[in-house]
Unconditional design. Structure first.
Length: 317
C-alpha cells in the first residue's frame, strides 16, 4: 500500500499531523495518552445534558468550492454552505471538489466556530477534506492520502490510478469514547466525455474505475475496527465493493441526474435498525436557477444513533 508523502493540510488551530502508518497509530496513542482521552470524556459527560447524542457522518461534493475566479463563492454563498452543514447535524463531513484550503478557512473562521478542517491540498480544484465539530469529535490521526502512486494498465500503458487519492483519518467520538477510521473518496465515473470517442472513453473509464474499486477494497481490508467509507462513488448502483454501502432510500443525492452517487460504506459494525440515511438540500440560491442547481449534489448523512462504547480495535497494533 503506497501512501503519499505529502504532509496533510491542517485547519485553523490544528497542527500538521504526524505521518504515522495506520498499523502503528495506536502505538502512538499509547498508555501515556489514554488518561488524557479519559479526562476529556469525563469532562464532556459532566458538562453535558446527561443524554447521549446521536452520531451522524456526512459526505458532500460541493462542486469546485473556490474563492477565486469568476465562479467563486461569495460571502453569502459561504454562509449558506455553513447553514447546510449545521442543518445536517453531522459531526464529521467528508468533502469533495474543494479548491484548496482557503474556502474552508473562510467557512470555519466566519461561520463555524468550533469546527476544524484538514485534508490534502493539491492546489487543484477537486481536493478532499474532512470538516468536523470539535465539541463532538476529535482528530486522533491524519488525514493522510493513500494510493497516490498507484497505477493501472490500459491498452498496454501504465497510467495514474487515482487523480484524487483516498484520504484516511482517525476520529474519536467524545460521547461514546468510540474510535473510527474514516476514508474520504472521490471515484472515477463511467460516462463518455466525447461523443466521437464514446466507446474508447467508456473503455478507459470502466478500466480505471474497476481498478480503483479493487485497490480501495485492498486499502479498506487493511484497516481494523470501525471503518466508514464516505464520498462520491460516482455510480448508481454502486457495485464491486467488499463492504456494504448505504445510500438514500428515497430521492436522489444528485437531483439533476436522478442518481445516488454519494454514499457511506461501513466495516467492523453491524447496522442497527436505528440507522437512517437522509439528505440536506445543497443548492446555493445565488448560484442556482430553475433549470440547474449548484452545487448539484446534496449533503448525504448517515445517522448512526448512539454508538456502543467499544466499536473499534484500540489495541497496540
Amino acid at each position: 500500500m503506497n501512501g503519499s508523502e505529502d504532509a496533510p493540510v491542517a485547519g485553523r488551530d490544528v497542527a500538521t499531523s504526524h505521518q504515522i502508518s495506520p498499523a502503528n497509530r495506536w502505538r502512538f496513542w499509547g498508555p501515556a495518552a489514554r488518561p488524557l482521552v479519559l479526562l476529556v470524556l469525563l469532562v464532556s459527560s459532566f458538562f453535558g445534558n446527561g443524554a447521549a447524542e446521536a452520531l451522524s457522518l456526512g459526505t458532500w461534493s460541493v462542486e469546485q468550492f473556490t474563492l477565486r475566479g469568476k465562479d467563486r463563492y461569495v460571502s453569502e454563498d459561504v454562509a449558506h454552505i455553513a447553514r447546510v452543514l449545521l442543518r445536517s447535524q453531522a459531526a464529521v463531513v467528508a468533502l469533495q471538489d474543494i479548491e484548496g484550503a482557503a474556502p474552508l478557512r473562510s467557512l470555519t473562521l466566519h461561520h463555524l466556530p468550533g469546527w476544524r478542517y484538514a485534508g490534502n491540498d493539491t492546489r487543484g480544484h477537486q481536493d478532499l477534506f474532512f470538516l468536523w465539530d470539535t465539541r463532538r469529535v476529535g482528530l486522533l490521526w491524519g488525514p493522510k492520502p493513500y494510493l497516490a502512486a498507484a497505477s493501472f494498465c490500459w491498452r498496454e500503458k501504465n497510467l495514474r490510478l487515482f487523480d484524487r487519492p483516498p484520504l484516511v483519518a482517525v476520529f474519536l467520538d467524545t460521547e461514546s469514547g468510540c474510535t473510527m477510521t474514516l476514508v474520504n473518496i472521490h471515484l472515477k465515473g463511467c460516462s463518455p466525455r466525447d461523443k466521437d470517442e464514446g466507446d474508447r472513453s467508456l473503455s478507459y473509464d470502466s478500466a480505471k474505475r474497476g481498478a480503483q474499486i479493487q485497490r480501495l477494497n485492498d486499502l479498506v481490508g487493511t484497516l481494523r475496527g470501525l471503518v466508514f467509507i464516505l464520498g462520491d462513488y460516482n455510480a448508481d448502483p454502486i457495485l464491486g465493493t467488499s463492504f456494504p454501502v448505504r445510500t438514500l432510500a428515497e430521492g436522489f443525492s444528485c437531483d439533476g441526474a436522478e442518481r445516488n452517487f454519494d454514499a457511506v460504506g461501513y466495516q467492523g459494525i453491524s447496522p442497527s435498525p436505528a440507522w437512517r440515511v437522509f439528505d440536506v438540500e445543497g443548492a446555493v440560491p445565488r448560484r442556482s436557477s430553475k433549470r440547474q442547481e449548484h452545487p448539484e449534489r446534496d449533503l448525504v448523512v448517515l445517522d448512526l444513533g448512539t454508538l456502543p462504547p467499544v466499536s473499534a480495535d484500540t489495541s497496540g497494533r
